[in-house]
Design a protein around this ligand. Structure first.
Ligand SMILES: Nc1ncnc2c1ncn2[C@@H]1O[C@H](COP(=O)(O)OP(=O)(O)OP(=O)(O)O)[C@@H](O)[C@H]1O
Length: 300
């Protein structure tokens, strides 16, 4: 049984279709990546997955059942637009939110101290939200989403506004939550984050699903068009090989774009005939390349 199941859901705002016939499942212990250009329908999908708005068509089930109010205690939400009260102290605010979701006060205080320690900001307990830097506010927003220990987490751009060290800290935390068996619906414009975290993804474009499946399987659908070549000496004549699109020289060697996979062999043979080859790898496409190909091509 999936933790979250969207079954052919559609949402319209007047004439505008925000989400069209979308189906996806988030399993227990899985991070699912929801991707799309601006306005593709991600936030609308998340709001339906939270039970905040209803789809016009289709069905959603949570833990195998339709929505009921008890689910509010089992779902956590990290919204893209921040929702904390700037004038309130972190401690008061988060403990109150946790109590609303069924955690008693002493336990909420204990958990908040644990999270603040973990995120290396224990001093924030008694500070007002407006006194915190943007990155530290983001950490508090993250804590607000997990303080009641939800089984399903919905995270819209979870790492925005964070420096690289803090991105790693929160990324590791998301992985820990996954390993504890939580289900996470995750949206991001950072393809490297999605690639690192998500097992299955769905790419939306103007409300439609354009790609869906496991990252592994999706990558296999796209041709491998980039060859990384590292050599002891220089190599000439790569540009003129049949099937080679471009050659870029860098510090350690060459990056060769090929238009057909058979050209990779010619690249290797040409290099080996001239010098020692240290590394030769035909790279699978990155998610960034796949995204730009599938979504970018369709942007008129
Ligand atoms: N309350 C609303 N009323 C009218 N139209 C809406 C409403 N909410 C969303 N839309 C429209 O639905 C479409 C999908 O919007 P949505 O916010 O879901 O996209 P998104 O993928 O989250 O975009 P972004 O990456 O920019 O956050 C957009 O065209 C948007 O203008």
């Amino acid at each position: 049984m999936a933790t979250l199941q969207l079954d052919h859901i559609t949402k319209q705002y007047g004439d505008k279709t925000a989400v069209s016939d979308l189906s996806l499942e988030v399993a227990q212990g899985e991070i699912f990546g929801l991707l799309g250009a601006n306005g593709a329908g991600k936030t609308t999908t998340m709001r339906m997955a939270l039970g905040l708005i209803l789809p016009d068509k289709g069905r959603i089930s949570w833990f195998g059942k339709p929505y009921d109010n008890s689910l509010r205690r089992r779902i956590g939400y990290l919204p893209e637009e921040r929702g904390l009260y700037p004038k309130l102290k972190v401690g008061e605010q988060i403990v109150y939110l946790a109590q609303l979701r069924g955690v008693n006060k002493a336990e909420a205080e204990r958990r908040l101290r644990y999270w603040l320690e973990k995120f290396e900001v224990p001093e924030n307990y008694n500070k007002k939200v407006e006194e915190l830097s943007k990155g530290n506010q983001q950490k508090i927003q993250f804590i607000a989403a997990v303080i009641h220990d939800p089984d399903l987490l919905i995270m819209d751009e979870a790492f925005s506004g964070l420096d690289p060290v803090n991105v790693e800290l929160l990324k590791d935390t998301v992985k820990e939550l996954r390993d504890q068996g939580k289900s996470i619906l995750f949206s991001s414009h950072r393809m490297d984050h999605v690639e690192e975290l998500c097992r299955n993804i769905c790419i939306l474009h103007r409300s439609n699903t354009v790609i869906k499946g496991s990252l592994r399987e999706i990558k296999g659908r796209f041709p491998r068009e980039r060859v990384v070549l590292e050599t002891a000496g220089s190599v000439g004549g790569l540009e003129s090989l049949d099937g080679v699109v471009s050659v870029r020289r860098h510090e350690a060697g060459y990056e060769v774009r090929i238009g057909k996979e058979s050209a990779a062999r010619a690249v290797l043979e040409t290099a080996m005939a001239q010098t020692e080859v240290i590394r030769f790898q035909v790279m699978e496409p990155t998610l960034n390349e796949i995204f730009i190909r599938t979504v970018g091509d369709r942007i008129e």
